[in-house]
Design a protein around this ligand. Structure first.
Ligand code: SF4
Length: 247
């Protein structure tokens, strides 16, 4: 088990375990360092910009529609450089981020509404396991709330694996059980490059299935089940040289 801090689960921990329990062990039990990756930096930069752009305090008080310059200024201020191999690579990525946000701005600004909450953390307990997470944005409508999770994928997925559905389920559970939001209409994955929202309506049955998956992973980690699972996760795994199964 993990040495320090209270043991907890999150969507990313569960996916890492589901993809390969041994890789989970390397990261969270052995606490081996993981290298910064440019695609995480890119995604985190865009997330930060959209967090500030939709921040209720900023824009409700001034009651103004924010400008494109304001949006791109946020990118300059909060751009994360870690993980790029060369200056050229970083410049190319930043140009791409400017294009992405400009397109996003032009396609969404007419319906601009500040969020109800941004980057909201949640934490709840499920049968003795602590589940934590953070929701990118929560919008309030006339008849309930919508949860929005930003995605910066380069390709629009046409299919979601069962494990991917766990993310909207965990956000739904977190919003209800930790934030006390009872009327949640939908959870959306918002693919910002395409200005496309994919909607998930979480039924009681889905929520129950999600809880069972969380418990299954939690119990396996408690029992120190860390078998390697060679497969698609290996191509991006930073621990290949430590892993006998990769050979
Ligand atoms: S190389 Fe593959 S099997 Fe080995 S730890 Fe990494 S993901 Fe798991």
């Amino acid at each position: 088990m993990e040495k320090n801090s209270e043991f907890h689960l999150s969507y990313s921990r569960i996916t890492i375990y589901d993809n390969c329990p041994l890789r989970y062990k390397f990261i969270y039990v052995d606490e081996l360092p993981t290298a910064a990756r440019s695609y995480f930096s890119f995604g985190n930069s865009i997330h930060k910009v959209l967090e500030l752009f939709y921040q209720p305090e900023e824009n409700f008080i001034t009651a103004k529609t924010p400008s494109l310059n304001y949006l791109l200024g946020l990118l300059n201020e909060h751009w994360i450089s870690a993980g790029y191999n060369t200056e050229y690579q970083e410049k190319k990525a930043k140009d791409e981020a400017v294009q992405l946000l400009t397109k996003f701005y032009r396609e969404t600004i007419f319906g601009f509404q500040p969020a109800y909450l941004v980057e909201k953390s949640f934490s709840f307990e499920l049968n003795g396991f602590r589940i934590i997470g953070r929701i990118d944005r929560i919008d309030q409508g006339n008849d309930g709330y919508s949860i929005i999770d930003y995605k910066t994928n380069k390709i629009l997925p046409y299919f979601f694996k069962k494990i991917n559905l766990l993310q909207p389920i965990i956000y739904y559970l977190g919003a209800k059980e930790s934030l006390g939001l009872n009327k949640i209409n939908s959870v959306f994955m918002y693919f910002v490059r395409f200005n496309k929202k994919v909607e998930f309506n979480i039924s009681d049955e889905m929520a129950e299935e999600g809880k069972q998956k969380i418990l299954q992973v939690g119990k396996a980690i408690q029992c120190n089940e860390f078998s390697p699972k060679p497969g698609s996760a290996c191509s991006t795994c930073e621990f290949k040289d430590r892993c006998a199964s990769f050979q």
